[in-house]
Ligand binder design. Sequence first.
Ligand code: SME
Length: 160
Amino acid sequence: MSKSETYQLLLPQIESLVAGEHDMIAKMANVAAVLHEAFGFWWTGFYRVEHDPSQADAQAVLVLGPFQGPIACTRIPYGRGVCGTAWQQAKTMVVPNVHEFPGHIACSSASNSEIVVPVMQAGSVVAVLDIDSRDFAAFDQTDALYLEQIARALTADKTQ
Ligand code: SME
């Protein structure tokens, strides 16, 4: 099965898993599990923006959320590493070789490529979905396309 076909099978499953659940951590936990199981990634998980309304973004941090895989760094500053850059730029980052990414944060030396997709809510980044692979160049625009849809599904529930 192609990568696109796998994502197309997973999308409705993920949409129904998150439908009707307003708790973001519960939704993130199941989404991380589904993706990790289906693709056998090295690390699949979320970092959530720690909100302090009295502080500017530059003082905020990403805090480790639900994930599957080996232990990971717990806090990532704004603009740092692949995750902090995706947050700062509110843009998906596809990194074929993490060792060449300036400021990459190596939570695991086994990781060689990475994709980070922002989770947006009301126009702001509230979290990032981070996936690591032991293969180089494991991620491309197909992953970006579908993972962005999955990220949108997480915040589609208007009741939260
Ligand atoms: N490599 C990431 C840090 C998170 S871990 O990969 C789980 C980064 O550079 O932001």
